[in-house]
Design a protein around this ligand. Structure first.
Ligand code: TXA
Ligand code: MG
Length: 351
């Protein structure tokens, strides 16, 4: 299949024409990769079972893993799901934006889109290209992240092309994703409380300011035990992982340097906080050091994590070392993605 690639940098008349053509592809049951404020999405008509199947095929994704449906305005959720007061509250504060809410589904969304679940995940992205595409399509757009199943989500158009060229009808290149990690996912319980299933830019602290009771699913910070039931099917798959093994090192720069030296420094990369980069460069000149931003700058780290993992992948490293993030604020989203990329291999270097 031939993939048409269009570049949109400003929402001028040419861009608008291209987005209208992309919407036509969606309406006719095709697939379009489009930018959002979190990561790129691989979209198709959420009301069509055949279109959903095309998404699973393009991603190489198991079809029991449900898709998020993207809507143009928060109030559209009521057409596809049973919304409640908690949804209204969340929508008022966080939408459009990087929040996905899981609600009981209406029958108009076919089971194929929902991975057979009775619920549906709803998100109203703030990215203006995404918003126009959904509006012009006239249907909700089902879209997982636009990576091949298991790989880090793409936040950079060239990475989208690496994974999806030849697998979809169109790719809209909208530049680098603003945030860089996928949306926060919450499930609304019958009593109006929330369960945080996937942390993101909307933090646990943000959610607790709006909805008093928010619990955190064990899967956010820990590995699933064999046979454990998952609330979000996506959590059970190996995720965000580059080909090289990733190790999260918890310790001082000196402890990390000693550990890496002991493991062998040939063909090795380090994601280093900017404060630690000079120490790595000096002590381990043969190691490739990637700048992971200042220790406290979680926005930069979120923005670059998937980009760096994918760039590192092209060099066929034997091992990639990265820091263990703190769990506060956006740190929880970084921790959640990084322990998965590392297949839960955390090396504690001090007592
Ligand atoms: O930022 C994002 O959310 C991006 C952009 C494209 O919007 N999308 C994204 O989709 O990350 P995806 O498919 O890669 O991740 C969605 C996650 C999966 O882990 C899936 O299992 C979970 O949401 N999910 C979807 N529907 C669900 C449901 N009804 N119940 C529980 N989990 C659900
Ligand atoms: Mg994904």
């Amino acid at each position: 299949m031939t993939t048409e690639i269009v570049t949109v940098r400003a929402l001028d008349a040419v861009a608008d024409g291209n987005i209208r053509r992309a919407a036509g592809i969606i309406r006719r049951g095709g697939t379009v990769v489009f930018p959002t404020e979190t990561v790129y999405g691989l979209g198709a008509d959420a009301t069509s079972a055949e279109a959903a199947e095309k998404i699973y095929k393009a991603k190489g994704r198991p079809s029991d893993n449900p898709l998020i449906i993207h809507i143009a305005a928060p109030e559209d959720a009521a057409k596809y799901a049973f919304t409640d007061e908690t949804y209204e509250k969340l929508a008022r504060v966080f939408m459009p934006g990087p929040l996905t809410v899981i609600l009981p589904s209406r029958p108009v969304i076919p089971p194929q889109t929902r991975g057979g679940l009775p619920t549906v995940a709803v998100r109203c992205p703030s990215d203006p290209i995404a918003n126009r595409l959904i509006k012009y399509s006239g249907v909700p757009i089902a879209a997982p992240s636009a990576n091949l199943s298991g790989a880090p989500s793409p936040t950079h158009a060239a990475h989208v092309v690496d994974d999806m060229n030849g697998r979809v009808d169109m790719i809209i290149d909208g530049g680098d994703s603003a945030f860089g990690l996928e949306s926060t996912i919450v499930k609304v319980e019958d009593d109006g409380s929330l369960i945080l299933l996937r942390p993101g830019k909307i933090t646990l602290e943000d959610l607790r300011c709006v909805v008093g009771r928010v619990s955190v699913s064990d899967a956010v910070t820990g590995a699933l035990k064999p046979g454990e039931k998952v609330l979000s099917p996506g959590m059970k798959y190996r995720h965000y992982a580059p080909k090289a093994p990733v190790f999260l090192l918890d310790g001082t720069p000196e402890e990390k340097i000693r550990y890496i030296s002991g493991q062998g420094t040939e063909n090795v990369a380090v994601l280093a906080y900017r404060e630690e980069a000079t120490a790595f460069h000096t002590a381990l000149p043969e190691v490739t050091v990637y700048d992971f931003g200042l220790r406290t700058d979680t926005a930069v780290q979120a923005h670059t994590l998937f980009y760096l993992l994918r760039e590192a992948d092209k060099c066929n490293f034997r091992a990639i070392y990265a820091p263990l993030p703190d769990k506060g604020g956006i740190g929880l989203a970084l921790y959640n993605r990084m322990i998965r990329a590392a297949a839960y291999q955390i090396v504690r270097l001090h007592g």
